[in-house]
Design a protein around this ligand. Sequence first.
Ligand code: PMP
Length: 394
Amino acid sequence: MFETLTQAPGDKILALMGEYAADQRSAKIDLGVGVYKDEKGVTPVMTSVRKAEERILSNEKTKTYLGIAGNKGYGNAVLDLVLADSVDRARVRIAQAPGGTGSLWVLMQLINRARPGANVHVSDPTWANHNPIAINSGLKVVTYPYFDPETRGVKFEQMLDALDQLSADDVVLLHGCCHNPTGANLTDAQWDQVAESLARTGALPFIDLAYLGFGDGIEADAYGTRKILSSVPEALIAFSGSKNFGLYRERVGAAILVARNAEQADVTNSQLLNIIRGAYSQPPDHGAEIIRTILEDAALRAEWEAELSAMRNRMISLRKKLADAIRERSNSSDFDFVADHRGMFSLLGLSTDAVEHLKAANGVYMTGDSRINVAGIPEDRVGDLAEAFLAATR
Ligand code: PMP
């Protein structure tokens, strides 16, 4: 049987992690892997999460099945968190799913049931897993202009022009906030224009919301999602609790669908549940129960929000420190974009040679497209990094 198979391509990030681990230099710096790290370089279990887990452990009475859509209390809490009052809940359905990735997967399968082989328009560039998930679901991937390598901002006019050409058969995948890999995001006024374009063309917005609260705050980061939901008849959202609750390995996310009316929401949801049943039957509960416990309890929720703010503020401060250090040394504003970007990542716009040079000469690791994880910047090495980046770009 298996002799028919050939080697599948390896995962680039995992390969980079392996290279980093094998590097014997003590001064090496890991800006590659996409997880939050604190000032000690560790990805901690949040205190609110630990407290919720203790409660769950002492109160849990059964581990029987929860159902295809998963933890109901979690679903309602996530809808409150993400949607607020942007859309009539009678048109909304939610299914807990394994991570943002699992949510993207079941929603892409749903799109393919509605419009087999539909075009999914993704930003250029986008998260490396969007393409395979779409292709494996039977969909086609097309890119729309997004990142401007000159300004390291968004090519907004070109993006909007491309969106304006779409029709009701198209799907537009948007990063709700904290764009991965670029760190360049839309302003509120630009979100308004995107929402208006989608409402006009009828193209289906599909929002990937993997970093809510990592940019400028929960409310600010939800602006684009809520604006779109209040403007269009149909939408999909893939929510992830991996980053904002630090629950990476628990695999907790949610697939949210918004339909034209309650009747169509029920029919569409029946297809979504049918997809889940035939894939993994039901999602794992632990991460969802943690999030439900936190969001439903005022004190735990306040503690979580404070911890989330601390992570966000640390990343914003590291961005500023790096941009300042580079400006001081170069007398130019060429790297100021790092301070303007939001979320965990910034795409530096370096050549492949420069990325390789940084690794070989300085032990500074980033993905091949020159994406850095700002949470990986050691506070006491900001000056070294600034010098290394400047040397690599000269
Ligand atoms: N979307 C984007 C843009 C991401 O960066 C990630 C995580 N790297 C995800 C979705 C999914 O994350 P997870 O499946 O771990 O929740």
